[in-house]
Design a binder for this molecule. Sequence first.
Ligand SMILES: Nc1ncnc2c1ncn2[C@@H]1O[C@H](COP(=O)(O)OP(=O)(O)OP(=O)(O)O)[C@@H](O)[C@H]1O
Ligand SMILES: [Mg+2]
Length: 336
Amino acid sequence: MTEDKMAGTPIIRIKNLKKDYKIRSSKLGQPPRVLHALSGVSLDLFQGETLGVIGESGCGKSTLGKCLVQLTRPTAGEILYNGQNLCALSNSALKPVRKELQMVFQDPYSSLDPRFTTKAAIEEPLIIHGLERDSKKRRETVLAMLREVGLDVQHMDRYPHEFSGGQRQRINVARALVLQPKVIVCDEPVSALDVSVQAQVLNLFSSLQKRHNLTYIFISHDLSVIKHISDRVAIMYLGTVVELCDADEIYQNPRHPYTKALLSAIPPDSPFEKAQKLTLSGEIPSPIGDLTGCPLAGRCPERMPVCSQKRPALKEISPGHRAACFLYHQEEYAEE
Ligand SMILES: Nc1ncnc2c1ncn2[C@@H]1O[C@H](COP(=O)(O)OP(=O)(O)OP(=O)(O)O)[C@@H](O)[C@H]1O
Ligand SMILES: [Mg+2]
């Protein structure tokens, strides 16, 4: 990440964030079980950066994004924003904060209401937040937003089914942008799009970021998308961040065995072929119930006795590079 982005205080600090879901037992009369979707995530987000978040399906990426914008309330931990812990705020106290923290979702088809024209979809957040009561001015604002995302006046009164996937995602971006947010969580926003359209929408995200000094959390399971867009990358596994560093560093110098395995899975003709090959045995353990030790311990070829006894903390192992692995710091345990 560039020096100026790392300088300054973080815009958001996430501390030991946890999210549990109660799962009904399939057996009659059995008590519900607990699924740990996030089990202690701590990270800082810096003003103007794009933090890429990558990991296999079910590792908690969307849960992290939803907790950050408070669409889902975390079970424990803190999210510090403007000196406030968002997790401790009531719904009414959260309302002014919500417009500063927006989210764009994966599926551009289902995230727009089919009964709303483009104009109605983009102005709705303004109406909800009581930001622009004059309908003529609202129309002007909507038009300005449409132009920001590469659409124009002729798209105002059309319905979602009249657009391509890429155009719909542009409308979703305009809807998020109209509230002048500071942070946008982008949850797989290009995964449903064709590769050629993906590049255009990624470029749109980049240019909007520069123009509005936006901070992004960019969630994807696609390593090339993450490489293209991110300043830093967080690798997630089973509800935790296992490695966090600059985007270039993650491909040149992966340190956590899970990151190495993730990079090893990329086809050999990719630019990541230099990554030290590493294969994991077995499947990802279930997030249901309690797990002692490092979440990768059962599958890791480099495991040591301590790995199945304690959970390693995400600690700095070289400047700006953090890993949660006892190979690099024997005595640092995560907060339970
Ligand atoms: N509302 C819910 N109720 C119960 N369990 C949930 C709920 N939402 C998510 N989970 C569980 O939490 C875990 C993390 O889910 P999450 O959607 O955050 O994963 P993800 O990394 O975004 O996966 P994907 O790449 O498939 O989108 C999963 O095991 C999932 O089944
Ligand atoms: Mg998800």
